[in-house]
Design a protein. Structure first.
Length: 412
């Protein structure tokens, strides 16, 4: 009787052996890919995070060197006893380096790095009604900036920039709508600190007010009642009694359509700036003496001029920060300045003026002023000012205050 051939080995044995050979290759390759991706992701964050990317790169390099040295050590063993181990070590070092390079390159190639959230912006209007506050002069419609939630079209925040005058000071507000991730809405009413000269800024904070808004929050109102003024958390100082102890009323807003996320501002244009100063040694310059810078919505951001005239024989510069979408009655930042140069040798000049002159700094007059006329998003406008204060140390040879009128026309 013929002998039967031996039975074939089970089918699972070759697969197990394949995994045993594949596992040493997959582990260093995958580990290197993970570290390379982390380095690439940190690099995409920018800023100081590039130091983190460099640190991870150092770790990758150190691991490759260490594993490579293990391979060299085994290769030097006598009688070739470490030959197999050295091959594994060299292969692991190479796979680790290859995985790291692939993981790092995959971040920009596959666009899997960090992407900042897209927050849309729009212009808007806001107004407020306060009950029982005779010292408040409301505005019918003041400027507002609207901001969307991250990566969404819903309104998340409205910054009301000009609600009116409370005790003669500009009242503003931050409005937060209840959106996903924020359980409740809020309002923070506050007085602009520009004229308070270091005093505690009065604030009234409303949590979870009554809200009535359209879908997406583009228009709406919030009502609040008996909201107490906040005390200073550090000084524990009582609020100034001249400010209302509580506020009740309603705030309303309306947002324009969102601007495109990649919207760019129009190029700057020339500007005709006319400055008239009263009661000082002043000679105005005529013609296009400045420029207008724009916001992405096409409204004027700043109006600046280097030589709009001569004050006491020195060229005067002007800068008006309109903030974009300026409106009549808004308070805007105005700065007038002259650059002081060193006096000629032997000139007679007071000590304070000599210190200012030899320092090379500018003498500046700075203040918030109210727009009296405005048109076409700030393409033309006019404002007047009285007793614009000299900023910094007073110099006897220069006026302590300036009064006058400023007008401009962009694009002519």
């Amino acid at each position: 009787m013929d002998e039967l051939p031996p039975p074939p080995p089970p089918a699972s044995i070759p697969r197990k052996r394949a995994w045993l050979w594949l596992l040493p290759a997959v582990v260093p390759l995958a580990f290197g890919g993970f570290l390379g991706y982390q380095a690439g992701y940190q690099q995409s964050l920018g800023g100081f995070n590039t130091l983190g990317a460099a640190y991870i790169g150092f770790i990758i390099g150190a691991l490759v060197v260490i594993v490579g040295l293990v391979g060299v050590g085994n290769a030097l063993r006598p009688a070739g006893r470490g030959r197999v181990a050295s091959r594994y070590a060299f292969a692991a070092a190479g796979l680790l380096a290859a995985g790291a390079a692939g993981g790092y390159a995959a971040v920009p190639l596959l666009d899997v790095g960090y992407h900042p959230p897209v927050v849309l912006g729009a212009r808007g209007e806001a107004s407020i009604t306060l009950e029982g506050v005779p010292t408040f002069e409301p505005r019918t419609s003041g400027r507002a900036d609207c901001w969307s939630v991250a990566d969404g079209p819903e309104v998340g925040e409205v910054v009301a920039l000009s609600l009116g005058q409370l005790n003669g000071h500009l009242l503003r507000a931050d409005i937060f709508l209840p959106v996903q991730g924020r359980a409740q809405g809020s309002i923070t009413l506050f007085v602009d600190a520009a004229h308070l000269e270091g005093a505690i800024v009065p604030r009234w904070e409303v949590m979870d007010p009554e809200i009535d808004s359209s879908p997406g929050g583009t228009t709406g109102s919030m009502s609040f009642a008996e909201v107490a003024i906040l005390e200073d958390p550090e000084l524990l100082a009582p609020p100034d009694p001249s400010w209302p102890a509580t506020l009740s009323g309603q705030i309303r807003w309306a947002c324009d359509p969102w601007l495109a996320p990649d919207a760019t501002a129009p190029p700057a244009t020339a500007a005709h700036i006319s400055l008239d100063l009263a009661g000082v040694d002043w000679s105005a310059t005529t013609g296009p003496v400045g420029s207008c810078e724009f916001e992405s919505d096409g409204s004027v951001w700043t109006v600046t001029g280097d030589q709009v005239g001569l004050l006491q024989g020195k060229p005067m510069s002007v800068s008006v920060d309109l903030g974009g979408d300026p409106r009549r009655g808004d308070e805007v930042f105005l700065m007038l300045g002259v650059q002081v140069v060193a006096p000629s040798q032997g000139a007679s000049i007071p000590l304070a003026a000599l210190v200012a002159a030899t320092s090379g700094r500018a003498i500046s007059w700075v203040e918030l002023v109210t727009i009296e006329e405005i048109a076409d998003g700030g393409l033309s406008g006019r404002l007047s000012f009285s007793d614009l204060p000299n900023e910094g140390t007073q110099v006897p040879t220069w006026p302590a205050t300036l009064s006058g009128e400023l007008s401009w026309v962009c694009g002519q």
